[in-house]
Design a protein around this ligand. Structure first.
Ligand SMILES: [Mg+2]
Length: 110
């Protein structure tokens, strides 16, 4: 079992133990992704762009940011799982599409 499959097994168990599946329709999960992304963003609100790397290395802020990054990942994985997307395959497919949209010769450094 690879790490992604292990995460899915753990997430499915967490949800099943709480009988939360009825709440996890695709619309609710998409809202949960956006909500958790908002929580992640709130950790960096008012931090100047040039200070953001240092902020994310500061231990207490790092823990809060890591919590929200994990929440975004968990909710996104739940959504992909619910609608039966093969997430690694979709990421690969989208990167191919993005490479065509943003050719290196045209987009390097800009
Ligand atoms: Mg959160």
């Amino acid at each position: 079992m690879d790490r992604l499959e292990k995460m899915l097994v753990d997430i499915r168990a967490f949800v099943a133990e709480r009988e939360w599946e009825p709440f996890h329709d695709p619309k609710n999960l998409a809202m949960a992704v956006a909500s958790e992304a908002g929580e992640l963003l709130s950790e960096l609100r008012w931090v100047k762009g040039e200070d953001a790397d240092a902020h994310c290395r500061e231990p207490e802020a790092r823990r809060r940011v890591a919590d929200e990054v994990a929440d975004v990942a968990i909710t996104l994985l739940m959504l992909a799982d619910r609608i039966e997307l093969d997430l690694p395959a979709e990421v690969h497919r989208k990167l191919v599409k993005n490479r065509e949209k943003y050719p290196v010769e045209e987009w390097r450094g800009r």
